[in-house]
Design a protein around this ligand. Structure first.
Ligand code: FAD
Length: 324
């Protein structure tokens, strides 16, 4: 009998990605409703120590595959290991974050297990014993409801920064199962890992984001946004207009064709609030907008709005926030 809601515990450099905790929190509720166990699947090298945190965030069981060949992510090795585990244990569902790794691995696993995959889902519930997902279309203007009536396991990649994270239960331990790794033939070779080093928080994991839009006028003025961000320990984001103009890297773009973020505080400076930008940040807990046009669309989603010139407002805000 198929059993278990599985969460692929994505980690990098032995640090668990936030989306893993989001998936465990959602998975806990689903597992309880279906009367199944919640399992995390943790692959990597020297990662066994991470199992404790997965237990505290809700996992009943953690499958740990700790192996030299899993030190760097390769689809070949990871899919072989996860597919073997799934064939042996027949989970009901396997959840991934809709990240670069989750998209790649989830789709490969679906192909390997001859099942389907729901991609970029933003919610999941149990309805009539089935897992039912919502996924946005047209930058969130419409939603598709998807379910997999027969295929098992159901494979789903959930959009990061959308699902709420439950408070961890300190000291709650998961059963740890050390599983064998049959990585198989690894055809992919990692030659080089290019990483942008920044002292600022990663955009999708940040608690506070300060974002600049076309209103900053030029690349030089993005420094104003960076200074405000640095004063409050925030990540720097931007709109696509800023990226298209070559003022800031695409890696920092928020929106439909950029990153989806959900920080506690999002400060939008000189951003009009186009639907494609809102698609990536409207679930932020508190939105502050600075715009000189009082009719700007961004004010419709903002909790606090400042109508004014960002070149005057941002420096004042920075100095005042520094005092706190
Ligand atoms: P604008 O719309 O030009 O707004 C600039 C704002 O700055 C204005 O509201 C203006 O009043 C204000 N301003 C000007 N000067 C000042 C000042 N001195 N002080 C204060 N305020 C000032 N966009 C994204 O952001 N992310 C995406 O992922 C994305 N994906 C897209 C995908 C598709 C398929 C398409 C078609 C578009 C996409 N876009 C995306 C583009 C989107 O439609 C908008 O063009 C873009 O978001 C506009 O960026 P902006 O708000 O910075 O610029």
């Amino acid at each position: 009998m198929a059993k278990g809601i599985w969460v692929f515990a994505e980690q990098r450099d032995a640090k668990i990605k936030k989306v893993t905790y989001e998936l465990l929190s959602a998975g806990r509720g689903l597992a309880d409703q279906l009367g199944e166990e919640l399992c995390a699947v943790l692959l990597g090298k020297d990662v066994a120590g991470l199992a404790a945190a997965l237990g505290e965030y809700g996992a009943d069981k953690v499958y740990v595959v700790d192996n030299e060949k899993l030190a760097e992510y390769t689809c070949d090795a990871y899919v072989n290991v996860v597919a073997d585990l799934a064939k042996a244990n027949e989970p009901t569902a396997v959840f991934f974050g809709y990240t670069a790794v989750g998209r790649d691995l989830g789709a490969s696993l679906a192909q390997r297990l001859a099942t389907g995959m729901v991609s970029d889902a933003v919610s999941v519930k149990v309805d009539g014993g089935q897992l039912v997902f919502d996924r946005p279309l047209y930058a969130g203007k419409a939603f598709v409801t998807a379910s997999c009536a027969e295929a098992r396991p159901v494979i789903a990649a959930m959009r990061p920064n959308v699902l709420a994270i439950n408070e961890p239960a300190a000291g709650k331990q998961a059963e740890v199962v050390n599983a064998d790794a049959n990585t198989g033939d690894i055809r992919q070779k990692i030659k080089e890992v290019a990483m942008a080093i920044s002292s600022r928080p990663e955009l999708t994991e940040a608690n506070i984001i300060v974002s600049g839009g076309r209103g900053v006028k030029n690349a030089e003025s993005m420094k104003l946004i960076e200074e405000l961000a640095d004063a409050i320990g925030a990540a720097v984001g931007c709109s696509r207009a800023v990226v298209d103009a070559g003022w800031y890297p695409q890696s920092q773009q928020v929106g439909q064709t950029g990153k989806t973020v959900s920080p506690n505080l999002y400060i939008a400076c000189g951003i009009s609030g186009a639907i494609q930008h809102l698609a990536g940040m409207s679930s932020s807990k508190c939105i502050v907008a600075i715009n000189k046009d009082e009719d700007a669309n961004i004010f419709k989603v903002a909790d606090y709005g400042i109508v004014g010139d960002l070149f005057q407002v941002v420096p004042i805000l920075k100095e005042e926030l520094k005092k706190l």
